[in-house]
Design a protein around this ligand. Structure first.
Ligand code: GTP
Length: 370
């Protein structure tokens, strides 16, 4: 069978969702084990060791219930059980009941049936918490204990008490050990999952730090350089001017010295917030240095950039800084450089920088076009 045909068959049988495929595969393996068990019990019938009617009833019930589990998972109905979507607890509970019934039906080879309960426990590794694994082991010991005691009490010929006692001791020894192993493995699995989430978060944080300024959340200088290169690439096609605006907060040192470094930080954050809110899609603002910001306005002439910057000046003037320090006002000086297709980016930023310094020397709180 070629690969594409195999994949489409696998998709039809298991579904396409990754988690559901895992659950479906596990339920199919469990069904396979029940089917194999039914065949072995059937052989017991052929060999005259097992009664045919109870064996048939057991096989039909076990395979029927397995089919129900498969249908629940394949249809997605299992997802309604948010705490255990793999239905592991229900399947484990059913496995214990099936093993008890099989133990009664199996006749002289019932000792071997005890292994099926253990297999049921091992399936718990995939989904049970350590507590649930212990509970499942306790359920197995209790249910089989009751079955063996009842057999020895009511039918001591078929269930000789001494053999039942030995079988029970075997179960008492094995199930708690498997339960403990299952619980330990499941704890390791949960820890690995937590570590994976922590690693993903740390990676995401690293990615942000590589492109963002931590204080203001704006693009950092490095990221802005990447954005500039990309925009210059687009400009080669659309041949529109790009305005570069350097903005510098006025007398920022006084704010730091008079109100404290923390107040200075807050002013930087508010400044970034006000300017960001005045941007169109495609515009970009970066923290270029300490209290210096670079604004990139694609497809924008110097006249339009000036209008835009003066609008931002008005928005900043309207913003209150009283909660940081009484009577505190914040202004900025800006220089605009316009970049055409043939200009070098760094030359235009330098030109905007010189224009910004002219705005400073001319009295601050103004914009100068280079
Ligand atoms: N709070 C705070 N201050 C910063 C940060 N980065 C740079 N600064 C300060 O920003 C101040 C910049 O001061 P100057 O370059 O002298 O300029 P200025 O006081 O703004 O004066 P003009 O630019 O001439 O209007 C310095 O005191 C820096 O320490 C920061 O992240 N947080």
């Amino acid at each position: 069978m070629n690969r594409a045909v195999f994949t489409s068959w696998a998709d039809a049988l298991l579904g396409t969702d990754r988690n559901q495929r895992v659950r479906m595969t596990q339920a199919l393996v469990a069904s396979g084990i029940y089917a194999a068990l039914s065949v072995i019990v059937g052989l017991g019938v052929l060999l005259g060791l097992v009664e045919p009617r109870p064996a048939a009833a057991l096989a039909v019930t076990v395979l029927g219930v397995s089919a129900v589990f498969l249908a629940l998972i394949r249809s997605g109905a299992n997802l309604r059980f948010a705490s255990d979507p793999a239905l592991t607890q229900a399947q484990g509970f059913f496995c214990v009941l099936a093993a008890c019934a099989c133990y009664v039906v199996a006749g002289p080879f019932r000792g071997a049936i005890l292994m099926t309960v253990m297999i049921g426990q091992v399936f718990g590794i995939f989904a049970l918490t350590p507590r649930q694994a212990r509970r499942m082991a306790t359920l197995g010991v209790t249910a089989l204990g009751i079955t063996m005691t009842a057999g020895a009490f009511w039918d001591p010929v078929r269930f000789p008490p001494r053999i039942e006692l030995l079988n029970f001791l075997l179960i008492v020894l094995m199930l708690p050990i498997i339960g403990w192993l299952t619980g330990t493995l499941s704890a390791i699995r949960n820890k690995l999952r937590q570590q994976k989430v922590q690693l993903e978060n740390a990676l995401q944080q690293n990615r942000l730090l590589a492109t963002q300024d931590e204080l203001t959340g704006l693009s950092n200088r490095r990221h802005m350089t990447t954005l500039l290169v990309a925009e210059r690439g687009r400009q080669q096609r659309n041949r529109m001017p790009i305005s570069m605006v350097l903005m510098d907060i006025d007398h920022f040192k006084r704010i730091n010295d008079g109100c404290g470094h923390q107040a200075g930080d807050q002013v930087l954050q508010i400044f970034a917030d006000v300017i960001t809110h005045g941007l169109r899609t495609g515009d970009a603002l970066a923290r270029w240095g300490g209290e210096e910001f670079l604004l990139m306005l694609p497809n924008t002439t110097a006249e339009d950039a000036l209008i835009c910057v003066e609008r931002m000046r008005g928005q900043l003037a309207a913003r209150s800084f009283e909660h940081i320090a009484p009577k505190l006002t914040v202004t900025f000086s800006a220089g605009i450089g316009v970049c055409t297709v043939d200009d070098r980016t760094d030359a235009i930023i330098e030109r905007a920088d010189r224009a910004m310094y002219r705005a400073k020397t001319a009295g601050r709180n103004r914009t100068v076009v280079a």
